[in-house]
Write a protein that binds this ligand. Sequence first.
Ligand code: ZN
Length: 399
Amino acid sequence: MKKIFIFLLLMIFIPSMFMPIRTQAKTIADLKAELDKILKEEAENNANIELNDSELASIQSEISDIYNQVENITSEMKNIEEEIVQLEEDIVAKDKSSKNLMSSLQTTTGNSFYIEYLFGATSITDFIYRYSITEQITSYNDKLINEMNEMIKESKEKKEELSNKQKELENRQNTLTSKMKILEDAKVKLYELGSTLEQEIINAKAVIKMYQDKGCGEYDDISVCASNMLPPDTKFWRPFETGYVTSEFGYRNAIYDGNGNLIASSGLHEGIDLSNSLGSKNPMYSIANGIVARIWYDIWGGNQITIHHNVNGKAYSSSYAHMSKITVKEGDIVTKDTIVGYMGSTGNVTGPHLHLAISTGLRFTEYTGYSAYVARCVNPRNLINFPSYGSWKDRVTKF
Ligand SMILES: [Zn+2]
């Protein structure tokens, strides 16, 4: 019984002892499934963009509607104010005319009237007539004045009502404006995601085609059917999600630290320096699909790795320096989503950053010496899109 058990154990373990360890056993069908997933994400994102756009459009139309309403209310209020001014002027005029009539009646009456009456210059009929006319006119004026005062009161109430309505509309407009701001921010994010997904789709399609061109069948293990081929890719991506350029590729003067120690000698800075505020918590990805060719340490570059790439059929090597931690090993197949390690300040540096260099051909396979390497280094900006100033916020958005 015990013998059978040992035999069974050997049956299970011996084959796996001789099987090569593969980090990635993928088929074209797997790659197509991955592509479908991205296409689905893109469709969802497009639906979200549409929804966001229609919400924005409806808010914009409501805001413009409110704008028109406020404009109408403002002009209505202006009319009412003018009416009030007119009514007040009319009241003053009527009041004055009543007063004039009264005073003219008084000057022609009073003592002088009796004297005139006594001397027969005027008659009592005359007096009564004049008196009653004056009274009719002034009471008519009083009636008008009362009516006009009533109109002013109504107008003021109407104005108050309009002013409340205007405040209400302005509050609604403020609410809508802040809602619009949120939707517009969301729009920017959706479009950014859209462009990332678009890039991923182009890339995934091109990679599938390269394996098909290499003769890989739908269910062949691509690392077998394309064993002599570096994992293909079509485009380099930035090595981490957010960051900025701290030092460009090119000739520069020697750099010393605060104590006068040499950090970098003068000459060609054969890579580009990139950083962000995450320091050693900053995960760094391979800039393209590839194979980890070399991992080493030296006092200048600290912890370093070099990855071989095949981008659009051309061989490149990317080298990463000053890493705090390396999370891959030599021979690993990496994709652009593989974290290869973390940013750091190992070696000779003034602060944590990634020194990223790209050389043509396969470093450490086709050439090893430093001068041979430097001669093949290209400005990473020629292959990776970095903003000319400021930060990037994802790995693919174009600047
Ligand atoms: Zn550097």
